[in-house]
Design a protein around this ligand. Structure first.
Ligand SMILES: Nc1ncnc2c1ncn2[C@@H]1O[C@H](COP(=O)(O)OP(=O)(O)OP(=O)(O)O)[C@@H](O)[C@H]1O
Ligand SMILES: [Mg+2]
Length: 237
């Protein structure tokens, strides 16, 4: 079995079938991109895997059956999500936000060590540690959201639109961070509107269309696929 596997994963909102019987596989250590147009069902996929949304079908992770397991259990097993829109607590300080992400079973000592590591990884957050989340720039908030997710020492990081609303230079920075996280061995499932960036930053990719998978393959090959180029990279054939 793969590190992460969904089988016939389905999500519906009333009569809308947002995710339709999707099978994906992610191997340990891989970065896999999930791309697709607005409303394709990408966030619904991630939310179902994270456990914040009810689903049909099966999800397996690291040889455990996640089906119907609550979020807390999934966090304990090593799954952490950075949601679309980041979910930074605006009235809590940077440090308080980070501590909210710490896995509850961690000792004070582990938490302190993790905090220290995050500040090494994100010096900007260290400078801003006493500042409230709401006063950070968009890019800083994205960094904070990623750092908070890393505080639970995840094995699988689910990232939903990390580049959204950021200036190009900030996008570069965030993706540098994501590549850095990948180098530490964390498996990443990346949802990203910017298809070029997603394909350049991943090993494999799945393309979603109206709740279903359309194209899958190696990211380097998809970057050259005529269909991907015309539909997702804004290039004519
Ligand atoms: N809470 C909800 N209630 C009803 N319909 C929803 C809800 N959330 C999502 N949907 C619908 O489900 C479909 C998939 O939405 P989802 O947010 O998963 O797409 P997405 O690929 O992440 O899109 P985007 O790129 O815009 O973030 C859409 O048609 C959306 O309108
Ligand atoms: Mg989305």
């Amino acid at each position: 079995m793969s590190f992460l596997e969904t089988r016939l994963l389905g999500v519906r909102y009333g009569g809308i079938r947002a995710v339709r019987d999707i099978d994906i596989k992610v191997e340990e250590g891989e970065t896999v991109a999930l791309i697709g147009a607005n409303g394709a069902g990408k966030s619904s996929m991630l939310n179902a895997i994270a456990g914040v949304l009810p689903h049909t079908g099966k999800i397996y992770f690291n040889n455990a059956d996640l089906t119907n397991k609550p979020v807390f259990d999934r966090v304990k097993l090593g799954i952490s999500m950075v949601p679309e829109g980041r979910g930074v607590f605006g009235r809590l300080t940077v440090e308080e936000n980070l501590l909210m992400g710490a896995y509850l079973g961690n000792s004070q000592q582990d938490q302190d060590a993790d905090l220290k590591q995050m500040y090494e990884f994100f010096p900007r957050l260290k400078e801003r540690r006493g500042q409230t989340g709401g006063t950070l720039s968009g890019g800083e908030q994205q960094m904070l959201a990623i750092a908070r997710a890393l505080m639970s020492r995840p094995k699988l990081l689910l990232l939903d639109e990390p580049s959204m609303g950021l200036a190009p230079i900030m996008v570069e920075k965030i993706f540098e961070v994501i590549r850095g996280v990948s180098k530490t061995g964390v498996t990443i499932l990346l949802v990203e509107q910017n298809a070029r960036l997603a394909l350049e930053s991943s090993e494999r990719a799945y393309v979603m269309e109206s709740g279903e998978l359309s194209i899958t393959g190696e990211s380097s090959e998809l970057l050259h696929s005529p269909k991907i180029r015309s539909s997702y990279l804004g290039e004519g054939d």
